[in-house]
Design a protein around this ligand. Structure first.
Ligand SMILES: CC(C)(COP(=O)(O)OP(=O)(O)OC[C@H]1O[C@@H](n2cnc3c(N)ncnc32)[C@H](O)[C@@H]1OP(=O)(O)O)[C@@H](O)C(=O)NCCC(=O)NCCS
Length: 166
């Protein structure tokens, strides 16, 4: 089961060399998706049914919530792993005549696959999708160390991030 129908406005499947960028599928739990996310922040394992329930909740948001993954498509099927991921959340507003803002979240590339352009490809594709679905801007939060990386992805510095953690 994929998180999108092929007709979806945010449908993607792009293969370049040995890596395919596509929507998250429920079977990606078996391909190391959660351990990959845990390289970014706390991400305990979920059982298959917990993962499927979470996947269904997010898939119900349709084109307003897109999770892309990069899979090493050159490996034999049982060996295939998820090497990178990133998420786009589309916030709907009254402002700007019912405008939409894209939020890029949860970008991470497996430590062994960094420096090969995967992070760039995933984020650029998320930005393209945001444009395709009608967002008037895309924003994200990051640490100062990642300014140069996100600048390579086309972002410019704007404003100040503030947070309350619970
Ligand atoms: C940040 C991260 C996603 C980058 O992914 P990546 O696949 O290694 O990056 P890419 O190979 O696509 O790099 C694209 C460009 O950004 C540059 N870049 C990548 N990481 C960088 C960094 N930390 N600082 C400065 N520049 C960086 C690369 O040199 C490259 O530039 P080039 O095209 O001139 O060679 C990856 O290092 C990662 O997963 N880090 C841990 C999780 C994390 O911090 N996620 C971001 C949360 S906001």
């Amino acid at each position: 089961m994929a998180s999108r129908s092929p007709e979806s406005a945010a449908s993607v499947a792009e293969t370049d060399g040995s890596v395919q960028i596509r929507h998250l599928e429920v079977s990606d739990r078996e391909k190391g998706f959660l351990p990959l996310l845990s390289q970014l922040s706390a991400c305990p394992e979920l059982t298959a049914s917990e993962f499927a329930a979470c996947f269904a909740d997010l898939a119900a948001l349709g084109d307003d919530h897109v999770i892309l993954v990069a899979e090493d498509s050159a490996a034999s099927a049982p060996e295939r792993r998820i090497l990178a991921t990133g998420c786009l959340f589309v916030e709907r507003k009254f402002l700007r005549g019912g405008g939409k803002v894209g939020h890029v979240e949860d970008v991470v590339v497996d430590a062994a696959a960094r420096g090969r352009g995967l992070g760039l490809r995933v984020v650029r594709r998320l930005v393209e999708i945001a444009k395709e679905v009608g967002c008037y801007k895309v924003i994200l939060d990051c640490t100062p160390e990642l300014r140069a990386y996100y600048a390579k992805c086309g972002f410019v510095e704007k404003g100040v991030q503030m947070a309350i953690y619970f």
